[in-house]
Design a protein. Structure first.
Length: 284
């Protein structure tokens, strides 16, 4: 399937920065969270959860909201508006919380995700321009080039997103950056794309491992995995060839609509993906 990013004259759709700061009221996550919380604490009766809504003392408005710093800085005004208006819970320990508390938290999480996540991702990518580690291009240029090659090859949107963000974890820490990058996209892409990003270093070694005294066959550990072919194509055709200073990559601005679209939804189903990971043992 052809990626959305190649449909407008072989360019990514231009960015539209006009975005409402008002969170949506029909919040599926918040509605689902109430049911989940009721079940989790063993109440079982909707009436008990409903009764909690009549207790305004259970939630409070912040007197002095925390200042916005770090990755939310580019949209500080919008972010501050939301936290100025959001309700706060009163519990001091998790085992003192109520279903209503978790409904409040779920609504806040979903609303802040909508206005903050894509900006945080863009900020991390911009920080990647600071690092080159002696390579012919900096990390941001490498990411843009990888994503551009994937888009021009007709890759799906989620593969283009994975290509764009496969090294974004470097902005946080070079050691473990593949795991960081994969964790960021985990709930928004398929298992195949997640695994391609998570294991891209092992697959890259096939191209240069022998030059630094390391194995070139580490990817063979995953030969039987259903995502192996995706990871091999991802690395062989897009990642390992994307260190060309003369390559005409799409600018980051052109990928912003893709980032906004792919990170827009935050649902209970998406949350379940990462929660279930906590209960699975994965090989090192």
């Amino acid at each position: 399937m052809e990626s959305e990013v190649t449909k407008n004259n072989d360019r990514v759709t231009p960015c539209d920065d006009d975005e409402s700061a008002n969170p949506s009221s029909d919040n599926l996550l918040g509605k689902a969270a109430a049911c989940i919380a009721v079940g989790a604490v063993g109440l079982g009766a909707a009436s008990e959860a409903d009764a909690l809504f009549l207790e305004p003392s259970r939630v409070i408005m912040p007197v002095a909201p925390a200042p916005c710093t770090g990755v939310c800085a580019p949209q500080a005004t919008e972010f501050q508006t939301i936290i100025d208006k959001e309700a706060r819970t009163r519990f001091r320990r998790m085992d003192w919380s109520t279903p209503l508390d978790w409904l409040v938290i779920a609504n806040s999480t979903s609303n802040l995700h909508k206005i903050n996540t894509h900006n945080a991702i863009i900020n991390l990518l911009n920080q990647c321009a600071r690092y080159s580690f002696g390579m012919p291009v900096n990390v941001l240029q490498h990411c843009l080039q990888t994503a551009t090659r994937a888009a021009r090859a007709g890759a799906s949107d989620e593969l283009v997103l994975g290509a764009l963000l496969h090294d974004v974890g470097i902005a946080i820490s070079y050691p473990g950056h593949a795991q960081i990058s994969a964790s960021i996209i985990r709930t928004f892409v398929s298992v195949d794309v997640y695994k391609a990003v998570l294991h891209h270093h092992e697959f890259e070694l096939a191209h240069y491992g022998h030059k630094i005294g390391q194995s070139t066959t580490m990817r063979n550990l995953y030969l039987g995995e259903p995502w192996y072919a995706t990871a091999a194509k991802f690395v062989d055709e897009w990642v390992q060839v994307s260190y060309d200073p003369g390559y005409a990559s799409y600018p980051l601005q052109d990928f912003i609509p893709l980032i906004k679209r792919e990170f827009a939804e935050f649902t209970p189903e998406k949350m379940e993906v990462t929660m279930s990971d906590c209960f699975k043992e994965q090989p090192v």
